[in-house]
Design a protein around this ligand. Structure first.
Ligand code: NAD
Length: 457
């Protein structure tokens, strides 16, 4: 096993040398990262195919093209982001000026999951590099081909004192890493492991970002373009075979459009993946046998409207729609994270809220409606990380929108400048001129309180 302490200490020393701080260094390294990904696109796509049978189109869009956009955005705005920000100083501190300096944090740890195993490590890394930090990356061992290609590419192209990859079993490697006082830990993964990571960060008071999951609802109101809604729901639900943290977990459909929506969903599945999705080159596979068994069991939790076929040897589960799902069924107790879509109907907006309140603070919310009042009602009355109106997933593709959860779905946010800010310390400085030294704050106070009350009222 690699010597974690040695890597950590070499990164500490490298960071202390100041090498990572300058604009030119950050820019060069981001350009290099982009070039490394570009030169190795096919190898990365192959690894993702091997781990998840990701179709090249899906893999390129969500794991490679997405990164180019984030790197390009960072390169375009880096100089601005690095500029100290001026802030107004209170009149009581006259003659003062204020500024905020964005400083790198130091050595950060980035821990990733298996479902977007490349992007969910490299994207936060873009923010960490832009902000001038050193980083240790811990990819998921459950996507071994991607973990290996990432380790190869980073080791060959970057000084390990700047960026290093530590591979291996999360339950042993992560605690060994977290014995060290990192300046920030960025974790993407499940809620139970997120809690463990937070507990491991506590002894060092290490600030921690948690990008977690949960059950993200998708509401379909009665005033809606059903055909478009069905396509966008099927696309978002079955992308990566449902193994997406922001996938619509379950549908909450107005009873007046339920039958029509179900028909439209079935048509969309057939249109996208053909009569036998197992033969479609555009449909992925389940990550491993453990997850396969969990998902297979979910299929029996409701009335099977569509799909339900599976093939364990191929880790294949057909796009599946369930109706008449009891609220206490296992499929409604935890994040599904697979290609099974329970459909629940409602008749009033309050009832829809009640259904969703069983799983508070979802990572995402999707609302399909042409009624602006309904849109406003749901987006204002439900606490969720982020979401879309009349679409699914796409909110996370924008570098100008913060991405992250709320409550149980996570803490912290990133993408674009939010990533830069996350990996920077915002250092506040007030500078006071010496040409005037207002005496009001100095004792003896006498009757200065009167003047103070006039100034601070
Ligand atoms: P996970 O929590 O099992 O694993 C995540 C990382 O933690 C991996 O690198 C793993 O090696 C490590 N790990 C595993 N057990 C550990 C332990 N006992 N102690 C310390 N580290 C440990 O998550 P996963 O199964 O890889 O990913 C699926 C989960 O991630 C889902 O809940 C999904 O919603 C969530 N997710 C969230 C986002 C997001 O952006 N919010 C994105 C993708 C996935």
């Amino acid at each position: 096993m690699v010597n974690i302490t040695q890597i950590y200490q070499s990164q500490k020393a490298y960071f202390s040398s100041g090498a990572t701080r300058g604009f030119d260094f950050r820019r060069e390294q981001l350009l290099k990262l982009k070039a490394v990904v570009k030169e190795n696109e096919q190898a990365i796509l192959d690894a993702l195919y091997s781990d998840l049978r990701k179709p090249a189109m899906e893999a390129y869009a969500s794991e490679i093209g997405f990164l180019y956009e984030e790197i390009n955005h960072a390169l375009k705005h880096l100089a601005d982001w690095m500029q100290p920000e001026t802030a107004t100083a209170p009149l009581t501190q006259f003659p003062s000026t204020s500024k905020i300096i964005k400083e790198p944090l130091g050595v950060v740890l980035i821990i990733g999951p298996w479902n977007y195993p490349f992007q969910l490590i490299i994207d936060p890394l873009v923010g960490a590099m832009a902000a001038g930090n050193c980083a240790i990356l811990k990819p998921s061992e459950l996507a071994p081909a991607t973990s290996q290609i990432m380790a190869d590419l980073i080791t060959k192209n970057f000084d390990p004192a700047y960026i290093a990859v530590v591979e291996g079993d999360g339950a042993t490697v992560t605690p060994a890493l977290m014995e060290h006082p990192f300046n920030h830990v960025f974790f993407t993964g499940s809620i139970p492991v997120g809690k463990k990571v937070l507990a491991m960060a506590a002894p060092h008071l290490t600030p921690t970002t948690l990008e977690l999951g949960g059950k993200s609802p998708c509401i379909v109101d009665q005033r809606v373009n059903l055909k478009v809604a069905a396509k966008r729901i099927v696309w978002g639900k079955f992308w990566n075979a449902g193994q997406t943290c922001v996938a619509p977990d379950y549908l909450v459909v107005h009873e007046k459009v339920k039958t029509k929506l179900l028909i439209a969903l079935q048509s969309a599945i057939q249109e996208f993946f053909g009569q036998n999705p197992q033969e479609s080159p555009d449909y992925g596979r389940i990550i491993n046998h453990k997850r396969f068994q969990t998902l297979r069991n979910f299929i029996g939790d409701g009335k099977l409207l569509w799909g339900g076929k599976f093939d364990e040897n191929d880790l294949y589960i057909e796009p599946t729609i369930l109706t008449d799902v009891p609220a206490d069924a296992p499929v409604m107790q935890e994040e599904i994270f697979g290609p099974i879509l329970p459909v629940i109907s409602f008749s009033t907006k309050e009832e829809a809220l009640h259904i969703i309140a069983q799983h508070p603070n979802p990572l995402s919310l999707y609302v399909f409606t042409n009624d602006v009042q309904m849109e406003q009602f749901y987006t204002e009355n439900i606490a969720f990380g982020g979401g879309c109106v009349n679409n699914t997933l796409v909110h996370l593709t924008s570098a100008t929108l913060p991405f992250g959860g709320v409550g149980a779905s996570g803490m912290g946010r990133y993408h674009g400048q939010y990533s830069f800010d996350l990996f920077s310390h915002h250092k506040s400085i007030m500078k006071t001129g010496t040409w005037l030294d207002v005496p009001i704050k100095y004792p003896p106070f006498g009757n200065k309180l009167k003047t103070l009350k006039l100034l601070m009222k």
